[in-house]
Design a protein around this ligand. Structure first.
Ligand SMILES: Nc1nc2c(ncn2[C@@H]2O[C@H](COP(=O)(O)OP(=O)(O)OP(=O)(O)O)[C@@H](O)[C@H]2O)c(=O)[nH]1
Ligand SMILES: [Mg+2]
Length: 452
């Protein structure tokens, strides 16, 4: 029987900054633990410290650093005599597949003592802080962004998501590339230096190439989206793991991936609300949000989130059973503001309500009287949500009359797609169609029918 590669063990490091209370700090660390578990690592402990800022050479104070090093088997000091190590950032990213089944397995890994090999810091740290921590602990050091980038890398499926993730990854790795201290390379020191330069240049070239490819794909996507412009569209947005994809399934009957993982969904999926309405309503599932989401990742997923921007209604999903539900809500609102989607009408969905006690539900009701409490697992709740969506569009729709000239009968399907046809009549000018639809859609239809 094949032996499974050992599960990498990780230790978490958190710094509690002023203004962050114990509960919030514990929640941050808990979430980091879930991110690390999503990567497939086992979390074996946490070192946490209150500090005024994360500044200077070290992330932790001397005492805590020694404590950490004792766990990882490092020296606890940052000296040039500390264990000479290879470029960790490079090794880590080049060997990202080593822990996957059938991946390369290094001899040393097989015999490694069960000391945690990874130190994961719940903050963004500078490349030099990471290097110092690595020297002191003898472990690989990842920060929050590094973990998120790595999860994105593993979960990206579509070509677009893969390109976006590769860009984010290279942007993250580039400043962290460095030569091995003490000449760990085959080439001489001078050659090593130019290798580093070469690596950086290669990354720059690759980034430019990726940007071009991505722009091509995004142009196609923009076009596809613009043909959907006047259709009735809702987008599921919200914190990662809140149940967006589960609701997508419940509303559209599609088989999108649902998983108890962070960032299971990276691609936007668009499906029709079922049972189908006239005109049909399109529902999109989008990438989730998280606290301290790195800015370049938000930027690279901007086009994915363009779906949200163009929807008429945002279904803003929150995991009501999570103790940090309020802060999830704040974070999601922040991201929506950042991408300019805060002006889109939205409804708050307090999902996973099946896991909330009666008292908890009452408290949520008092706090969010306009929110819909529901469970993606309840078909009745999904049916009620569907009614709410339909009612939203009904309230926004107006009735109007369009004239489709006889020469343009080919455009009839466009009318049917973007509005509900109430009646059709004929006179000398053409087909007279009474429609009900969104005012913008009707205005655009009128222009389309009048043009050319
Ligand atoms: N009990 C309960 N579990 C739910 C409910 N909705 C979703 N879940 C579970 O929560 C986990 C995450 O659900 P997803 O639908 O994948 O969440 P998501 O928001 O799409 O997550 P990402 O794509 O990772 O951002 C899964 O294990 C679901 O089965 C619910 O209403 N009740
Ligand atoms: Mg999902």
């Amino acid at each position: 029987m094949e032996t499974k590669p050992p599960v990498p063990r990780a230790i978490l490091v958190g710094v509690q900054l002023p203004g962050v209370d114990n509960v919030a700090h514990a929640a941050d660390i808990e979430e980091l633990g879930r991110l690390v578990s999503t990567l497939g690592y086992e979390v074996v402990g946490t070192i946490s410290q209150k500090r005024d800022e994360i500044d200077g050479a070290m992330v932790l104070g001397k005492g805590r650093l020694e404590e950490l090093a004792a766990i990882t088997g490092g020296t606890g000091v940052v000296g040039s005599m500390a264990i000479p190590r290879k470029s960790k950032a490079r090794e880590r990213f080049e060997d990202a597949d080593a822990n996957k089944p059938n991946g390369r397995q290094k001899e040393t890994d097989r015999q490694a003592p069960p000391k945690p090999k990874f130190v994961v810091v719940d903050h963004d740290i500078s490349p030099s802080q990471a290097r110092n921590l690595e020297r002191a602990t003898g472990a690989h050091v990842l920060d929050r962004t590094g973990v998120i980038v790595e999860i994105f890398h593993r979960h990206a499926h579509s070509r677009e998501a893969k390109l976006q993730v590769e860009m984010a990854r290279l942007t993250y790795v580039s400043p962290r590339l460095r030569e091995a201290p003490g000449g760990g390379r085959q080439q001489g020191v001078g050659a090593g230096e130019s290798n580093l330069e070469l690596d950086r240049r290669k990354i720059r070239d690759r980034l430019a190439e990726l940007k071009e490819q991505l722009e091509d794909i995004q142009r196609d996507n923009d076009q596809r989206r613009s043909t959907r412009r006047d259709q009735l569209r809702v987008a599921l947005v919200g914190y990662t793991n809140s149940g967006k994809s589960s609701l997508m399934r419940a509303l559209t009957g599609s088989e999108v991936l649902v998983a108890d993982k962070l960032f299971a969904t990276l691609d936007t999926t668009v499906r029709t609300l079922q049972p189908e309405t006239k005109p049909r309503v399109l529902v999109s599932d989008t990438v989730g949000f998280i606290k301290k989401l790195p800015h370049d990742l938000v930027a690279s997923f901007r086009s994915t989130l363009a779906e949200a921007l163009e929807a008429s209604l945002l279904l803003f999903v929150v995991d009501a059973s999570d103790p940090t539900c309020e802060s999830q809500l704040e974070v999601s609102r922040g991201v929506l503001r950042e991408i300019g989607a805060d002006v889109v009408p939205s409804r708050l969905l307090l999902n996973k309500i099946d896991r909330v006690s009666e008292a908890g539900r009452a408290a949520l009701r008092a706090k969010h009287p306009d929110a819909i409490q529901l469970s993606a697992k309840s078909p009745e709740d999904a049916a009620a949500l569907r009614e709410m969506i339909i009612a939203f569009f009904e309230a926004a729709m107006v009735e109007d009359r369009l004239v489709l000239p006889y020469a343009k009968q080919g455009l009839l399907n466009v009318v049917y797609e973007n509005a509900r046809v109430l009646s059709e009549d004929y006179d000398t000018t053409g087909r007279i169609i009474k429609v009900r639809g969104l005012p913008d859609a009707i205005a655009r239809l009128r222009t389309t029918l009048a043009a050319s």
